[in-house]
Design a protein around this ligand. Structure first.
Ligand SMILES: [Zn+2]
Length: 261
């Protein structure tokens, strides 16, 4: 029985492997295992998103600083306009941009293109527009690569939340997914492999949108310096390591050559 299950799982894994984005200068090209559809993941993300918006609406912290909102939205829209470079269907996504007025150093882009930047991140780190673009580009890249969908899939396999029936679409996968989703979208850190991909695609988005890609290095330097004073929420879900800065330096040079005006 165990052997049959392993064989079936392997067969499914092979058939479900795909690469969610086009390969650019950033050269992100890795097969991904998806056991849930994008629609299932986006529906779960939409629940969490509307819950977060209404919580902040009732606290009067949602898009209340008009000047800051306009600034963030302008940067985000330039990046969103270039997202179809990596996957064509992104032009049809229902993108949304929000600024949450709170002393929290965080930003996210939920599956399907729901973006939020917390005012604390911009103010505490004194982000320039180019640095803001790097952060938003990084978050958009996670959504384009469907990293949460990938994480939910590996969680499902690890936890055994779906059995053979679920794998063949007979079981109720939705119930398992909703249990997994709250963890995946809110607290589960991305892997370093996901981080590298988001760094690379995010920085190429910045280059395509005409931002200064040197900000890739400066913003992560600011982030790690500030993190030694007080923990930065963003770093708890987007783990860093020593190679991040040198990787970004190398990629910045390649992007500048490719996209020089
Ligand atoms: Zn990340």
């Amino acid at each position: 029985m165990k052997k049959i299950f392993t064989t079936l799982t392997l067969a499914l894994a092979l058939s479900a492997c795909t690469n969610s984005t086009n390969v650019g200068v950033s050269n992100v090209n890795r097969s991904q295992l998806f056991l849930f559809s994008s629609d299932e993941i986006n529906a779960e993300a939409a629940n969490l998103y509307s819950q977060t918006l209404s919580e902040n609406q009732s606290k009067h912290t949602l898009n209340t600083d008009k000047a800051l909102y306009n600034r963030v939205n302008k940067v985000a829209q330039r990046l969103i306009a270039k997202a179809p470079f990596f996957r064509e269907d992104a032009k049809d996504w229902a993108w949304e941009v929000n600024v949450i007025n709170a002393d929290i150093l965080n930003a996210w882009c939920l599956p399907g293109g729901k973006i939020a930047v917390y005012s604390g991140l911009i103010k505490d780190l004194k982000l320039t527009d180019d640095e803001l673009a790097v952060v938003i580009g990084h978050e958009i890249a996670h959504a384009l690569r469907e990293h949460s969908r990938e994480q939910a899939s590996s969680q499902a396999l690890t936890q055994g939340a779906i059995g053979i029936a679920g794998i063949f679409g007979i079981g109720n996968i939705g119930v398992s997914l909703s249990n997994i989703a709250s963890n995946v979208f809110i607290s589960l850190p991305f892997s370093r492999a996901h981080e590298t991909e988001a760094d690379r695609i995010g920085l190429e988005l910045c280059a395509l949108a005409g931002f200064n890609v040197d900000a890739g290095v400066s913003v992560w330097q600011k982030m790690s310096q500030a993190n030694s004073d007080k923990p930065i929420e963003l770093l708890s879900t987007h783990p860093s390591d020593e190679s991040r800065i040198s990787d970004l330096e190398r990629l910045s040079s390649e992007l500048k050559l490719q996209y020089k005006k």
